[in-house]
Design a protein around this ligand. Structure first.
Ligand SMILES: C[S@@+](CC[C@H](N)C(=O)[O-])C[C@H]1O[C@@H](n2cnc3c(N)ncnc32)[C@H](O)[C@@H]1O
Length: 257
């Protein structure tokens, strides 16, 4: 069941304090997602207990190790039904949160949900490839967080352009992140970013393992990144192909770079 007390207890076991009022809001949000799930197809998790752990507690789990400081701006990239961005916005009231979502249907849901739960939250319906070239968003965020959006090599190209110098990407991953880390070297080099930490944690009830990867932006993002819509996922940076070096900037295909 969606019990605020169970939510608090689970989060507490991870070292994250969820005040009762926030826990109640989050359970209300969960009910809203589940209620609209049939129509909107927001999540594959229909069971309330699983939802509580795998969506709500998981969304705030990383705050135990990478909590933003008051006033730092945060972008949840590929927010979907609002994870982790909405639970984070509810818990971190001092953090201006922007939810970025490519799907119009999900962005519309996010707007309605956020208005009732965390009115300061901004929702932007856009693809990261476009936002990363938009002066309003490029280089603007202290923290970008993302869960289940893309392998690290792709995510780095989508997220790092949005960060200010010294800002960090918090990538929420599963236990098999080593392969992704090994494949992300080329993207990290190209984007002048560096993996600084990988935290391991386990969810409180199921014991499901998680990895929280912190990537820091070390230098300015070259003008050629992010590449055009869809290219980062189709041709991840650093991926060997046709014997050519993969880190080529985008071709003459334009852009406002
Ligand atoms: C698998 S869902 C995960 C949603 C949510 N982060 C979660 O963990 O429940 C991935 C979401 O990212 C969005 N997405 C994927 N690529 C994107 C991009 N390049 N720019 C913006 N959104 C993107 C998709 O529309 C989808 O809603």
């Amino acid at each position: 069941v969606l019990s605020p007390h169970r939510l608090r207890e689970g989060a507490r076991q991870l070292g994250v304090d969820v005040p009762l009022a926030a826990a109640k809001l989050l359970c209300r949000f969960a009910a809203q997602v589940l209620q609209q799930n049939d129509v909107l197809g927001l999540t594959a998790i229909a069971d309330e207990d699983t939802f509580l752990e795998k969506h709500l507690i998981d969304s705030v789990s990383w705050l135990a190790v990478e909590r933003p400081q008051a006033g730092e701006t945060l972008c949840d990239l590929g927010s979907g039904a609002g994870f982790p961005g909405i639970p984070v916005a509810v818990l971190c009231r001092q953090t201006p949160v922007t939810l970025v979502e490519a799907s119009a249907r999900r962005a519309a849901f996010l707007r309605t949900a956020a208005a009732g739960l965390a009115p300061g939250v901004a929702v932007v319906e856009a693809r990261a490839e476009v936002l990363g070239r938009d002066a309003v968003h490029r280089g603007r965020y202290d923290v970008v967080v993302a869960r289940a959006v893309a392998p690290l090599a792709v995510l780095v190209e989508l997220a790092v352009p949005l960060l200010r110098l010294g800002g960090r990407l918090v990538a929420m991953k599963g236990p098999r992140v080593d392969e992704e880390l090994a494949a992300a070297g080329g993207a990290l080099d190209a984007l002048q970013a560096e993996v600084q930490a990988v935290h391991a944690l386990a969810l409180p009830f199921s014991g499901a393992e998680r990895r929280i990867v912190r990537v820091v932006k070390r230098g300015p993002t070259p003008e050629s990144y992010p590449r055009r819509d869809g290219v980062p996922a189709r041709r991840p940076l650093g991926e060997a192909r046709h014997g050519r070096k993969a880190q080529e900037p985008r071709g003459s295909g334009g852009g406002n770079g």
